[in-house]
Design a protein around this ligand. Sequence first.
Ligand code: WT7
Length: 585
Amino acid sequence: MDIIRKQPAALPVRPNLLDYETERAGFSWTAARRSLDGLPGAHGLNIAHETVDRHAAGPRSTRIALRWRGRDDAAQDISYAQLRDLTARFANVLATLGVAAGDRVFLLCGRIPALYIALLGALKHRCVVTPLFSAFGPEPIATRMEIGAARVLVTTTSLYRRKVESIRARLPALEHVLLVDDEGGAALPPGTLALQALLDAASPAYVIGPTDPESPALLHFTSGTTGKPKGALHVHQAIVAHYATGRLALDFHPDDVFWCTADPGWITGTSYGVIAPLAHGITQVVDEADFDAERWYAILGRERVTVWYTAPTAVRMMMKSGADAARRHEFPKLRFIASVGEPLNPQAVVWGVEAFGLPIHDNWWQTETGGIMIANFPALDIRPGSMGKPLPGVEAAIVRRTPDGGAEPVDAPDVEGELALRAGWPSMFRTYLNEEARYRKCFSDDWYLTGDLARRDADGYYWFLGRADDMIKSAGHLIGPFEVESALMEHPAVHEAGVIGKPEPVIGEVVKAFVALKAGFEPGEALRRELLGFARKRLGAAVAPKEIDFVATLPKTRSGKIMRRLLKARELGLPEGDTSTLEST
Ligand code: WT7
């Protein structure tokens, strides 16, 4: 597909990154840190101070920080000054409950104001915060809260009843459950507290304590192909990268109205749906509702969104209803569109021009990287299908694994290999919680190995080729097959399960399970439906398999590992590749 040429001088707003090479040559993380304020009295760096208190204390205090739009017609605009008071109240609630710095606070809410208040308030109190995706079922919630040893949970009354009550006994570390009332004042379930009453009674003044920039701030879970989910731990200093990427990759300007459509339960929705825009003191839109093309067009127009950060699945769903549907709306202020999380088809990049008059800028990163690492910048020509070039301050490479288990960069262009990043950017994860060995395995010398396969062309653009492992990407969500297999195996009829991502044109991949039954159980439509329902109830709709096939046995290696690759090849009718380790049955 043709290159989309950019003429920076002709853009409606002068981009922050005008010339890629110049910006790259002049960039340093030390200098980037100076865009931030730091706690008064040189007491460190705290995300909540940078995102809230410093703007509340200055000329931007009355500016809208969060422009919240509810599922129905509810709406709430929260200024920076109001956000300072609300988050201070939440921090004081934690203090009153005896919650200490470093304690883990989990959030399980839809995109409601309380989620944002609790997230930033907990950071003020120097707790470590984990927002969980509210469409998770009880099982993924329990696993993550166990690993994180959650001491506090903020959720809604209905989510608590549906998803937490049944697992509470598995969470001995959980002392305080603070509920947002969404049941119109029904009696509180035992062992919970009403959040609103506590907030009302708390003081709206809170002084953030000294915060070491290297102290933990956020714990985001990501899945692995084997074993339990991994808790990627990020520190307060990560905000240096959130700020820099907001400036360079998303091109934030002081009057911007930004909309990141991701949920904070996934890291995009925290790094860019909370921290980066607020760090810049701009207004950000939060929509509580799920995807709906017409609703989204209306929001982009009515809220006068200038910069929009979304996902390929959403773009493809919009493409289904045609560019005309978009063109019936007006987007008077929209000037930059970016997308992340899964491959963005070249057609989708170009469709942006048809629908919005703007191409869509793909960028790449991961839970572990904390922020955007490779991007199509506003001033840079777009090669549709490419993820763009590394952020200034980030060194990327294509590496080849060496026989001794190391990794060496490949200099030649157009060679397929693993994408690696030189360790040292501020938002890099600092460990997998309680799993230092698993963390260390991600590095070779000072290269962080991403687990993605890619190539770099002769002009320095990176192209995504696939994952090096069995992870599944469905509607932008990274799903670990092991978690799905384990849930299926809880069912009395299931002997073994193997789970793959089956390519699907709109959501990328659907979760598909192959199930071998225990002796005495017969495959059939009724059992298939029962298993689908069973998995959905435990895992939640976002993670559960959509398809199940029964098989007599699963292909395994001689050491007993399920060969998901082979299941996938067979499903797709592709060559089976190297099967030398296949156990003979
Ligand atoms: C994996 C990370 C982006 C933060 C939220 C997701 C895939 C990400 C792209 C892209 C192709 C992409 C990779 C990556 N991915 N961006 N632009 N093109 N694939 O973070 O859940 O940790 O997933 O998403 O495979 O490793 P995550």
